[in-house]
Design a protein around this ligand. Structure first.
Ligand SMILES: Nc1ncnc2c1ncn2[C@@H]1O[C@H](COP(=O)(O)OP(=O)(O)OP(=O)(O)O)[C@@H](O)[C@H]1O
Ligand SMILES: Cc1cn([C@H]2C[C@H](O)[C@@H](COP(=O)(O)O)O2)c(=O)[nH]c1=O
Length: 210
């Protein structure tokens, strides 16, 4: 059974093309009558944006990264995401917890059970339910292609400086999360042209009634 998704996350390895399509996705949702809140992780609140700066630019191990992104997520959920959902808004979030399982879990080798415990603690929603996106759009791209696109676009942060093996593991981490939650995940083959990727995205949204 499918239902109108109000909490939507966008995922993929760095350079997969998420940012390129978020504005059009926002417009589509708004044209359908949704009041859209655009946000991102790490980040989304003043505190979480400060943690983002540390995670992206200061040296630390995988556990420290995970603790900081989950601390930021807690603040983000409490101050921004839960109030927006309670007010009937649609939340469009550039990355959420699947990124932690992919980057800190698969990429850095953090124990997935530890991440699952942190996820349970941090994402307790109303009535004790685990807060998860209703829909996760995964832009899937081979790491070599993503690296070429990034190189042409901008200066690399701590994650973007990682080698192709790291991004192969991160990609596999996303694939594992998608396999574990097939109803929530929609995979987009991001290797085509911008127009081809946009057409896939439209098809995903149509299939979800958006
Ligand atoms: N389908 C495409 N074909 C070729 N280039 C693309 C395509 N989609 C995006 N790009 C380009 O690739 C670069 C990375 O795209 P974008 O910034 O949208 O990725 P991203 O997933 O948001 O990355 P990050 O998560 O690291 O911020 C940009 O220069 C963008 O113009
Ligand atoms: C949420 C989250 C993110 N990351 C990493 C993934 C990216 O390399 C950066 C964010 O950069 P973007 O350009 O905004 O996509 O942070 C992570 O390692 N763990 C997380 O939970």
């Amino acid at each position: 059974m499918s239902f109108y998704p109000r909490f939507i996350s966008i995922e993929g390895i760095d350079g997969a093309g998420k940012s390129t399509h978020i504005a059009a996705l926002t417009e589509r949702l708004a044209a359908g009558g949704a009041k859209v809140l655009n946000t991102r992780e790490p980040g989304g609140t003043e505190l979480a944006e400060r943690l983002r700066e540390l995670v992206l630019h200061s040296g630390m191990d995988g556990l420290t990264e995970a603790l900081l992104v989950f601390a930021g997520r807690r603040d983000h959920l409490q101050r921004v995401i839960e109030p927006a959902l309670a007010a009937g808004q649609t939340v469009l979030c550039d990355r959420f917890t699947d990124a932690t399982f992919a980057y800190q879990g698969a990429g850095r080798g953090m124990d997935l059970q530890v991440l699952a415990t942190l996820e349970q603690w941090v994402q307790q929603g109303p009535r004790g339910l685990l807060r998860q996106p209703d829909l996760t759009i995964w832009f899937d791209l081979p790491p070599a292609t993503a690296a070429q696109r990034r190189a042409a676009a901008r200066e690399a942060d701590r994650f973007e400086q990682q080698d192709l093996d790291f991004f192969e593991r991160v990609r596999a981490g996303y694939a594992a999360r998608a396999a574990a939650a097939p109803a929530r995940f929609a995979r987009i083959d991001a290797s085509g042209t911008v127009d081809e990727v946009a057409a896939q995205l439209r098809a995903v949204m149509e299939a979800r009634g958006c």
